[in-house]
Every structure is written in structure tokens, then in C-alpha cells.
Design a protein around this ligand. Structure first.
Ligand code: 15L
Length: 268
């Protein structure tokens, strides 16, 4: 990997990877729809709207690998999701194919499978159970990635990210948290592992309370360093006595599941 592009480089994960991947590859190209801080040595800065194919073609020119974080990072109205996460995502993969990009690390989400109950441990083989329009867009992204891998030979690592941050922020996140250094490790596996064609892994640290069997990531060499458990006492104490929505509590996707919920009987 000589030139690696990060889309959505202005977001929380993008800003973190900009630092942790600095110097790892000869050139990091950083792109977002918003203005980014100026390029430092070994960096290129770009401003692109992902729904604009001509602009996306310019963004991916001469790139070997892409870390695709761009798009909408939470639930929203359908036209917004459509623009950022369906049309925008298609543009990145299609422009990448035309430009001869070898690898794509795709930031998919736990919300592609958010309607699995918390009582169940799920692995990378489960069928999608999206919990929102946002989750549907991530399942779409995983499917499009599979197509571009099978049909065009692009190596893709789909990282179903739980919740990225320096520490877990609530009880649900104790089960899905990923630290910056663990996500950096996973991204590097996605770009550098020689055998990746199409893989789904969970973007989570080695949390004792995990809802995931992440053996596919381990098979690829992922050795997470962090665990949410040391934060559990403080997180649980802060939430003590708070009433929780039963739908949000039952399913892994939490409030994404409970929002706009109208089913009379919960599906197990
Ligand atoms: C996500 O996919 C979102 O991008 C992030 O903002 C959080 O909501 C996270 O999931 C989560 O489930 O905590």
C-alpha cells in the first residue's frame, strides 16, 4: 500500500486514524465533505461530496487502498441515508474499481445486525437484521462489497464497528466498545493481510461482555489489547436506577431498535 485514502476523515474515527496511521503508509489521502485541517508531511487533503461521482473519481485516483468511513453515521431520514450511504457508497466502490484499487476496508456497523437479542452470541455468518434505515444501508454496503470482491477481485474487509471511543460510555457500549488502537490494528489487517478477498469481522475490543463471536477476526490475526471491563463499575453506577426501554434493552442495537417501533409482538 503506497497511497491510502480515508473517506470521512473529519469524523471521530477518521481523525483518530489520521494520527495512528501517520507514517505507516507513504501517503495518506484524507477526504471529507467538510474542510479538513491542512495536510502535513505524507498527507494529502481532499474535499469531496460522495454523491458526486465525478468528484469521487478524482478522490480515488492513484490510490491503492481505501478506508471507507464516509457517509451518514447514524439514523436519519431516508433521502439523507440514500445520498450518503447508498449512492455515496456505490460511487466509492465503482470509482475504486475503475481506478484499480486493490483493497477496501469498509466501516459497516453493529446496526446491520442490531435486531439480534442481547442473549444471543452472533458471528460473522449471521444474516443481517438491521435495526434502522441506517442499519439497512450498512447491510447494503456489505452486499455491494461482496459483489465487488466476487466480480472484480477487490479485497474487502467489512468491519462491523460497535462503538468507537477512548472508553465505553454506557452499559450497552460495554459489550460493543472498540478502542482506537484496536481499530487501527483491524484496519491494518484489512489493508495488509495477503489473503483477504471478502471478510466480515466485528470491530470490537476483547470485551468480556461481548455479544460477538469474533473468531473470524482472530483467524486473520486480530489480537485486541483492550477490554471494557475496567470501566464497568463506573458505567453501571452512573446508570443505576435509570429506567430502560424494554425493546432497547432486549436487542443489541439498543435505542436504534426502539425508535419508531410499532410491532405488537417482539420478534425473538
Ligand atoms: C454506529 O454505527 C454509529 O456510527 C455510532 O455513532 C454509534 O451510534 C454506534 O453505532 C453505537 O451503536 O453505539
Amino acid at each position: 500500500m503506497k497511497r491510502v485514502l480515508i473517506t470521512g476523515a473529519g469524523g471521530g474515527i477518521g481523525r483518530s486514524l489520521r494520527d495512528t496511521l501517520r507514517g505507516v503508509y507513504p501517503v495518506l489521502r484524507l477526504s471529507d465533505r467538510i474542510t479538513l485541517p491542512p495536510a502535513r508531511e505524507g498527507e494529502e487533503v481532499d474535499r469531496t461530496e460522495l454523491s458526486d461521482m465525478a468528484a469521487v473519481e478524482g478522490m480515488v485516483a492513484d490510490v491503492d487502498g481505501i478506508i471507507h468511513l464516509g457517509g451518514i453515521s447514524g439514523e436519519n431520514e431516508w433521502p439523507v441515508i440514500l445520498d450518503g450511504n447508498i449512492i455515496g457508497l456505490y460511487n466509492v466502490f465503482e470509482a475504486g474499481r475503475r481506478a484499480g484499487v486493490k483493497r477496501i476496508v469498509f466501516a459497516t456497523s453493529n446496526h446491520a445486525v442490531g435486531f439480534y437479542p442481547r442473549a444471543e452470541t452472533i458471528d460473522h455468518r449471521v444474516v443481517p437484521r438491521p435495526d434502522s434505515r441506517y442499519g439497512v444501508s450498512k447491510a447494503f454496503g456489505e452486499a455491494l462489497a461482496s459483489l465487488y470482491s466476487d466480480k472484480h477481485g477487490i479485497g474487502v474487509l467489512c468491519t462491523r464497528i460497535g462503538n468507537f471511543g477512548t472508553k465505553p460510555i454506557d452499559k450497552r457500549r460495554l459489550s460493543i466498545w472498540i478502542s482506537p488502537r484496536d481499530y487501527t490494528q483491524l484496519v491494518r489487517i484489512g489493508l495488509e493481510h495477503p489473503d483477504i478477498r471478502y471478510e466480515i469481522v466485528y470491530g470490537v475490543s476483547k470485551n468480556q461482555r461481548s455479544w460477538y463471536d469474533n473468531s473470524n477476526a482472530e483467524r486473520l490475526g486480530y489480537r485486541p489489547q483492550d477490554d471494557s471491563e475496567p470501566y464497568a463499575g463506573a458505567v453501571l453506577a452512573a446508570e443505576a436506577g435509570q429506567s430502560a426501554d424494554p425493546i432497547a434493552e432486549h436487542y443489541q442495537g439498543g435505542t436504534f431498535c426502539a425508535a419508531e417501533y410499532t410491532a405488537k409482538t417482539p420478534r425473538p
